[in-house]
Design a protein around this ligand. Sequence first.
Ligand SMILES: C[S@@+](CC[C@H](N)C(=O)[O-])C[C@H]1O[C@@H](n2cnc3c(N)ncnc32)[C@H](O)[C@@H]1O
Length: 121
Amino acid sequence: MLLVFLCQQRRLRDVALPTRVSQSSEDENVPEFCIDAGSKGNFARFINHSCEPNLFVQCVLSSHQDLRLARVVLFAADNIPPLQELTYDYGYTLDSVHGPDGNVKKLTCYCGALNCRKRLY
Ligand SMILES: C[S@@+](CC[C@H](N)C(=O)[O-])C[C@H]1O[C@@H](n2cnc3c(N)ncnc32)[C@H](O)[C@@H]1O
């Protein structure tokens, strides 16, 4: 089992985002915190998305019970041979990312998986 911690949660309103990810049109469903690897982070910030990933994401509570600040942990989904790239599914909903102009942003996926969805978002 491989464990990778993604840390550095910050209040979403304090982060200058070039893009906005809409979870829902309902304001109360917009998350209060996000993970910001912009200025500080560990090697997890270099893990790419794959439509056929070898890691999966779980939110974990350890030292406290605040669901908003759960640790985001990557676990191995299978035995991973040496030198294989680690990837996880970023989980974007298509057309959920908007630029500063409000227009939907699209990003092509280059994961190369047979069942690739062809778009990251
Ligand atoms: C957390 S970073 C991953 C590390 C990044 N590739 C790097 O070299 O620093 C996320 C960014 O990597 C790129 N990326 C990750 N997975 C990708 C994929 N499957 N296809 C295209 N771009 C990807 C996108 O630009 C995405 O916003």
